[in-house]
Design a protein. Structure first.
Length: 595
């Protein structure tokens, strides 16, 4: 333990501010809490007493963030005439989602107070940092792990000897020498935010698109100590845990103990309202029976598994050094869907070297047939430092030079196809992953290839229509609207078709509509082979198709679920007892009208 003379420090202003811009308020930064928790051990109790943590979101303006930080720091003086003030330090966590805004904040901060020492850390500045503007603006950069090195750097800046180098390779001590950060979660964090926790760091696998492939191995925290920390959090009321372990099921004995920890608490609270929600990231081809046995015991809405499939294409897998037993993965997914209540979030990546649209479609269809609850359609990103860069020349990979460095073109996928896929992924999220449209999705996905069926809908074209200000505030606003000329003026424009079954709006088939006033959907099944919306009227009855046939029928999902467990229970909803294939009775709140 280091002890410092802090008699010259003023009592009020902090000397060190730890800060980052989270993607959303609900994400509480685990990295910053590690730095805070280790400040006393490696920087000294007095520095810890003068360190504060301030989190913002990327939605806030850089000017506001900079002003808030400056107000927090005061003028930097000691309050004693003639005394030399130690430097004030601001440590920024820099990630792919915040690097642009953080660069601006750092610029403003240094403009206003050049004497403030800015220290950077985080994955976005740990590799290929030489040409980064934010690194040029900062005073110091810690690459890799910062748990120990940040505190030591602060100590050196305040107490000498001054560091000689601007870029410092972060120390990577054994995990038992790193203080766990969980006591740094406030009561407010526990009540309103996702709590990130980790039982291990690193990954032994080598998937080349992933930063964790550089780790070479995984390290586990002492499990007894970790579970004791989890228990303290649970006793304090925490119910919402997101494990950031890259491969939760790597060491099955440890996975079993953690699952049993939560099951014990669920059973102890049996009969009482327990809104426990835990999230793990697992590899799909490693699910031994004893792990399955515990997973099967979790009640609906309490367990979410994130399962990266990325690609079912063996050639692509081999090219990017991803080891995955596809048959075993499919078998395990089938078991999870049919035999457990776990909510399954699966991932696919489009744009991997050598992956064509056709081979991706085959993988998608294989995954879709297994019916996981969500399929996230991602596009390859060339993250700084990842080995996927070795394919750039051979596969003519073009990436956006700006974050998030998304693939724009490959030797087998042209730019237009990638753009089309981007739109498709967005609509897939709105329609399939939202869980709102359980009745509608089978209509949209009908055909030998569900991917081809979904791709066949020309989505995302058309201009934003004028809508009443009231509905503009509370509606989904998709960037498509009614483009069929015979319907212009027939239907208020906030009630808009999302998809057509073919490239021609005059073709027969189901039409999906989203009511932008209430966010529910309707499906219009055309009875008329010559066109689904002849003159905006039902061709058989001659009556207007609105509101009855185009009315909303899917249950609405609350827009602001307080935590993912709430949303999940809403998505799963009560069982639908309507006969298969029958479109449900339409219930509409009547917020749309026909002119
Ligand atoms: S994708 Fe998953 S399994 Fe592969 S290296 Fe990254 S964390 Fe490990």
């Amino acid at each position: 333990m280091f002890v410092f003379d802090s008699s010259y420090m003023p009592d009020s202003a902090p000397r060190i501010v730890l800060t980052t811009l989270n993607a959303k308020y609900i994400h509480a930064s685990l990295g910053l809490r590690y730095l805070l928790a280790n400040m006393a051990r490696y920087g000294g109790e007095d520095l810890r007493a003068r360190t504060v943590l301030r989190e913002f979101t990327i939605a806030r303006k850089p000017e506001e963030i900079s002003a808030a930080l400056l107000a927090e720091l005061g003028d930097g003086s000691t309050g004693e005439e003639g005394a030399i003030a130690p430097p004030q330090i601001v440590g920024f966590g820099v990630y792919i989602w915040n690097v642009r805004q953080t660069t601006e904040v750092v610029r403003l901060l240094k403009q206003a107070r050049p004497d403030i020492k800015v220290v950077l850390g985080g994955p976005e500045v740990s590799y290929e940092w030489e040409d980064q503007e934010i690194v040029a603006l900062a005073d110091y950069l810690i690459t890799g792990w910062g748990d120990v090195s940040f505190a030591k750097l602060c100590r050196a800046l305040c107490h000498d000897p001054q560091p000689l180098m601007k870029v410092i390779a972060g120390e990577q001590p054994p995990l038992d020498q790193i203080a766990m950060p969980y006591a740094e979660f406030s009561a407010d964090d526990l009540a309103h935010r996702l709590l990130y926790v980790e039982a291990s760091r690193g990954c032994p696998f080598k998937c080349e698109f992933c930063l964790s492939s550089l780790d070479k191995t995984a390290w586990a925290f002492d499990l007894d100590s970790f579970l004791a920390e989890l228990d303290t959090l649970y006793q304090r009321g925490a119910r919402n845990f997101k494990f950031v372990d890259r491969t939760f099921n790597l060491k099955v004995d440890a996975s079993l103990r953690i699952l049993q920890f939560f099951l014990d608490r669920l059973q102890a609270d049996a009969g009482a309202e327990n809104d426990l929600f835990i999230h793990f990231e697992v590899i799909p081809d490693h699910l031994p029976d004893r792990l399955k046995a515990l997973i099967a015991k979790f009640p609906p809405g309490s367990l979410q598994l994130e399962i990266g499939i990325q690609s079912f294409n063996p050639e692509v897998q081999q090219r990017i050094s991803r080891r995955q037993d596809n048959d075993k993965s499919a078998e395990n997914l089938h078991w999870l869907v049919t035999q457990s209540h776990a909510h399954l979030h699966t991932d696919l990546i489009f744009g991997l070297p050598g992956e064509t649209l056709e081979s991706f479609a085959q993988g998608f269809d294989r995954l879709y047939a297994l019916r996981p609850h969500e399929i996230q359609l991602g596009i390859l990103k060339r993250l700084r430092g990842t080995p996927i860069a070795r394919h750039s020349v051979a596969h003519r990979m073009h990436y956006d030079p700006l974050p998030p460095y998304t693939a724009q073109q490959t030797d087998v996928v042209d730019a237009a196809t990638l753009q089309r896929f981007t739109r498709l992924a967005r609509y897939w999220d709105l329609l399939a992953n939202s869980g709102r449209f359980k009745q509608t999705m089978p209509l949209l996905m009908a055909g030998p290839s569900p991917f081809a069926a979904f791709l066949a809908f020309p989505i995302g074209s058309g201009k934003a229509a004028k809508r009443p200000a009231a509905s503009r505030r509370k509606c989904w606003w998709m960037d498509c609207s009614i483009t069929s000329p015979q319907h212009k003026g027939k239907i208020r424009m906030w009630f808009a078709p999302v998809c057509w079954p073919t490239t021609s709006p005059a073709a027969p088939g189901p039409i999906l509509l989203v009511c932008k006033a209430c966010s529910r959907t309707g499906v219009h099944q055309s009875p008329n082979p010559s066109g689904p919306w002849p003159n905006g009227k039902n061709a058989t009855t001659g009556k207007s198709i609105v509101p009855k046939e185009l009315c909303c029928h899917e249950p609405a999902r609350p827009r602001t679920a307080r935590h993912p467990g709430d949303a999940l229970r809403q998505i799963q909803g009560p069982p639908d007892r309507r006969p298969a294939g029958q479109l449900p009775q339409l219930v509409c709140p009547g917020r749309f009208s026909v002119r």
